[in-house]
Write a protein that binds this ligand. Structure first.
Ligand code: PRT
Ligand code: ZN
Length: 300
């Protein structure tokens, strides 16, 4: 009798900005799943992969403690937890595997529009409201700045209006929330996006195959986003110039064309998006019949 493989667990955000994007990523990795009645666990139907739906702040701890083999959450949350665990003596609570191309934001200082404070160098003795006290304290220490940090668990942007702080340090993506609260964005202290993390504990042999397969598929999905497959006809003499024009292109495949000696077919994968201007430049170099196709899957 063959043994079924051990199931692997991945922690993702239950309900928030990253939830749909994480589920979409898992689906693109080929996972078909059903949700439990309590909606806290998704069971993989075609792969031995289940996911736990939890608050994003709990994800680093679940991965650190090996309750989950993998997790996805924002680098902002990972960095705050990393500092917390480091202070308690654990310097390697999880393995950062790969940044993902969603959840982009930045952790930045912001100052009241009509106040005197305009730069972080002016903050001597001022109070900073933030949901990321350890990251901010670490930044102040590294830059020899003297500010008092107070923790806000939400609605950080209203702290100056409430008279609780002179400035804030919060996540920003469009900047709309800061503007609506009459705050001006200042120095960025962390550029963040979602990230795939793995438990620091060695993955047991019966799980390695599927952990590796899932990690490889996630890398593949990341690679194809924005990548394009380009086909064209071109004079052999223009190949070098054409290669130079294509953003992030790997070595092209060059194929002879029947009964045409000076022209070849060129097929190439571009790791970046290809704009109309590039196609026009390719045409000027002598390329014709240019086709740009989306890529569905890629395995390095
Ligand atoms: O309930 P749970 O604890 O799981 O969720 P949460 O409320 O802590 O997190 P959630 O869903 O708001 O965000 C999850 C993750 O998304 C964050 O940890 C970041 O990694 C990432 N992310 C990306 C953001 C933003 N963009 C973002 N703009 N997280 C929060 N914001 C907030 C920000 O705090 C501010 O209130 O959006 C507002 C600013 O947005 P703009 O567009 O007005 O600048
Ligand atoms: Zn949270």
């Amino acid at each position: 009798m063959t043994q079924s493989p051990a199931r692997i667990k991945i922690a993702i955000q239950k309900s928030g900005r990253l939830t749909e994007l994480c589920l979409e990523l898992l689906q693109q990795c080929g996972l078909k799943y059903s949700r439990g009645r309590d909606q806290l666990i998704g069971f993989g139907e075609n792969m031995p992969v289940d996911f736990l739906l939890v608050r994003d702040d709990d994800i680093p701890g679940l991965v650190k403690d090996d309750v989950c083999d993998l997790g996805i959450c924002g680098m902002n949350v990972l960095e705050e937890k990393r500092l917390e665990y480091a202070a308690a003596g654990d310097d390697a609570p999880f393995k950062m595997l790969q940044p993902l191309d969603f959840g982009h934001c930045r952790l930045a200082f912001a100052y009241p529009e009509d106040g005197d404070l305009q730069a972080i160098t002016d903050i001597d003795g001022q109070t900073i409201a933030t949901s990321y006290p350890l990251i901010v304290e670490d930044y102040l220490k590294r830059n020899q700045l003297n500010g008092q940090v107070i923790e806000f668990s939400g609605a950080v942007e209203i702290a100056p209006n409430l008279g609780r702080a002179e400035l804030i340090c919060d996540l920003v993506s469009t900047g709309g929330t800061l503007a609506a609260n009459r705050l001006v964005e200042g120095e960025t202290i962390l550029e963040s996006r979602a990230c795939l993390v793995q438990t620091p504990i060695d993955i047991p042999a019966e799980k390695t195959e599927w952990v590796n397969r899932l990690v490889e598929r996630i890398a593949g999905v990341q690679q194809v986003r924005g990548s394009k497959y380009i086909m064209m006809h071109a004079p052999r003499s223009a190949l070098a110039a054409i290669h130079e024009l294509l953003p992030g292109a790997e070595s092209p495949t060059v194929l002879p064309l029947d009964e045409v000696n000076d022209k070849v077919a060129v097929h190439v994968v571009c790791r970046e998006n290809v704009f109309w201007e590039t196609l026009e430049d390719l045409k000027r170099k002598g390329a014709s019949s240019i086709l740009v196709l989306p890529i569905e899957k890629m395995l390095a």
